[in-house]
Write a protein that binds this ligand. Structure first.
Ligand code: F6R
Length: 609
């Protein structure tokens, strides 16, 4: 995730910026840069790779000045490179911008600016902002930023400097966090509290639609419409480790809570303004090539494979193309029938998983087109695939995948809808209904997260057991598998996920008095069948915790305890029903005193076969 630091005051800003960026390294980044207003004007140093590379550049050619902005970049628009690194500037080199987030309409803005003669050097959406501000500037940087922001759609946090007003630093927040640190004779901006904690503990937290003008002597807060705001500073008493986790106890919990944003970011700019159509500009397949797809193979490992299981149902339902889902470590060795009419979809958070990469290469060797769903721009999978859909979840630090998984689900929904649109396999009205329901998912996830305390109580009971079952049918089974994996990997409780109808073919023998069974019954068409299977386990003494949709009063008659999931279309239910299961694993792991973020024996990126 990108990081922003800005400084204005009595110190040499280069040191403050570099120290601040170091405090943001934990968020993950692929390049870094700073801009400082020096005696010779606005100067920029930036480079791909670790901060140490930038630091050694600065040792050779230091920048001296009391005002500057810095950035660590996690690539979204354009690969990691020196040119794509922030800060960005305009053609006059008089304006400089650092940016977190996504500008959804950057292509339209870029074309408009190009028509006015602006020349762009990078592939980023950010560069558009510096050109836009430059084009609107007529002597007042605050006004120019306000006008520019009105033209920009998306989610962003900005830090802006101009050589014309060298004592001013402007900061803006729209759906991407930004804080202002208040010191004596110096002031700061940061995308995150750790960036400034060494210098001050008094901060203003900007709300959406707010901005700030910083000089060394003070901070003026205002809305982007220009109305001044008066607010007390907030005193931060967190230590640096707590601050890195934004006040959460673990990265996993922080990432679970970041899911509403991850859903919005992954959807943003991929749904057209009418809300009736999906746009996937990054998928370069022509309509003719899409019509030529005879079958699809989805290949991935672990949690990403579980996302693929949901993806199979979504694509088959929406696009009516047959889909097989394979574990990547098995795929190559079973001599899969891959033809040039096969579309192979590889799913990988890291984009570096050795088995997934090997499957991708095998698919390409056999002449198939490969589409990747990944979270990391510039990763091997992203570079080697023919088409890529990026999940804009931001870096995931906890080993157990949460927000990357749910963003993969969103990517599959978008892809399924896109294929259905092209192949005309679904009514336009149904596509629009699904899109509208998808746009409501982030709010529903927020409602589920608000019930964390209830899940915690269940988890504390579950944590006392050594064995557990998850059951479900259809999409509920796919979620049962992911819920079970999550629980195993961080709580070390042995759990098994079963297709509910399959239990009686053997596993039912393991059901005994008091064993917890988590039963998912969110799919209306399968509800009655699932209830029958639940009765098979309650009859043998299992303690059943049932997940159902709000408004259903039936499940409570069969199970010991229920948890309600907000209503949505059945196809979209996985994007909601997994949330309490992630929380369940988290709290069970906590109750057992485990290292939640770094479970034993596991690594975040598995680069060996
Ligand atoms: C579990 C988990 C793993 C990964 C798997 C694939 O929480 O994170 O099962 O999903 O190792 O990793 P990626 O998605 O990076 O290919």
């Amino acid at each position: 995730m990108c990081g922003i630091v800005g400084y204005v005051g009595k110190r040499n800003s280069q040191e403050v910026l570099i120290e601040g960026l170091k405090k943001l390294e934990y968020r993950g980044y692929d390049s870094a840069g700073i801009a400082v207003f020096t005696e010779g004007g606005l100067q920029i140093r930036k480079s791909k790779g670790r901060l140490a590379i930038l630091e050694s550049q600065l040792q050779q050619a230091p920048l001296s000045g009391g005002i500057g902005i810095g950035h660590t970049r996690w690539a979204t628009h354009g690969k990691p490179s020196d040119i794509n690194s922030h800060p960005h500037t305009d053609n006059s080199q008089k304006f400089s911008v650092v940016h977190n987030g996504i500008i959804e309409n950057y292509i339209a803005l870029k074309e408009e600016l190009q028509a006015q003669g602006h020349v762009f050097v990078s592939e980023t959406d950010t560069e558009v902002i510096s050109h836009l501000i430059a084009s609107l500037y007529d002597g007042d940087i605050v006004k120019a930023v306000q006008q520019a922001v009105k033209r920009m759609k998306g989610a962003f946090a900005l830090g802006v400097l101009t050589e014309y007003e060298p004592e001013k630093l402007v900061a803006v927040r729209l759906q991407s966090p930004l804080i202002i640190g208040v010191g004596e004779g110096e002031n700061f901006i940061g995308s995150d509290i750790p960036a400034i904690l060494e210098y001050t503990r008094n901060v203003y937290i900007l709300n959406d639609g707010e901005m700030a003008l910083l000089t060394k002597d003070g901070v003026e807060l205002m809305t982007i419409e220009g109305n001044f705001i008066s607010r007390e500073t907030f005193h931060v008493d967190w230590d640096i480790t707590t601050a890195e986790k934004a006040g959460f106890d673990h990265f996993m919990l922080k990432e679970i809570h970041e899911q509403p944003k991850a859903y919005r970011d992954t959807m943003s700019s991929r749904i057209d303004e009418s809300g009736r159509k999906v746009i996937l500009n990054e998928v370069k397949m022509t309509p003719e090539q899409i019509r030529g797809i005879r079958n699809i193979h989805i290949v991935a490992c672990g949690t990403a494979y579980h996302a693929g299981l949901v993806g199979k149902t979504v694509i088959e339902h929406l696009a009516r193309i047959p889909v097989e889902t394979d574990v990547a470590s098995e795929y190559r060795y079973r001599s899969p029938i891959i033809t040039p009419e096969t579309l192979v979809i590889v799913v990988s958070q890291s984009g570096e998983t050795a088995d997934t990469l090997a499957a991708l290469r095998e698919a390409r060797r056999c002449g198939a087109r490969v589409l990747a769903i990944t979270n990391v721009v510039g990763s091997s999978v992203a570079r080697e695939a023919d088409d890529v859909i990026f999940t804009w979840a931001g870096p995931e630090i906890a080993v157990a995948s949460t927000k990357a998984y749910t963003s993969q689900l969103i990517a599959f929904y978008l892809l399924g809808l896109y294929l259905a649109q092209t192949l005309e396999t679904q009514e336009e009205a149904y596509i629009a209904e699904l899109i509208a329901a998808m746009q409501q998912l982030p709010g529903k996830v927020e409602a589920l997260l608000a019930q964390a305390e209830t899940v915690k109580q269940v988890a504390e009971q579950v944590a006392k057991h050594d064995n557990l079952f998850f059951i479900g049918r259809g999409l509920d089974y796919a979620i049962a598998l992911e819920g079970s994996l999550k629980l195993k990997e961080i709580s070390y409780i042995h759990s098994e996920a079963y297709a509910a109808g399959e239990l009686k073919h053997g596993t039912l023998a393991l059901i005994e008095e008091g064993i917890p069974v988590i039963a998912l019954a969110t799919q209306p068409d399968l509800f009655e069948k699932t209830v029958s299977n639940i009765k098979e386990v309650t009859a043998r003494g299992a303690y059943v915790i049932g997940l159902h949709t709000e408004g259903d009063n039936e499940l409570a008659k069969t199970v010991d305890q229920t948890f309600a999931i907000p209503e949505t279309l059945p196809l979209l239910m996985p994007a909601l029903s997994i949330i309490p299961l992630q929380l369940l694993s988290y709290y069970a792991s906590l109750a057992r005193g485990n290292d939640v973020d770094k479970p034993r024996n596991l690594a975040k990126s598995v680069t060996v076969e």
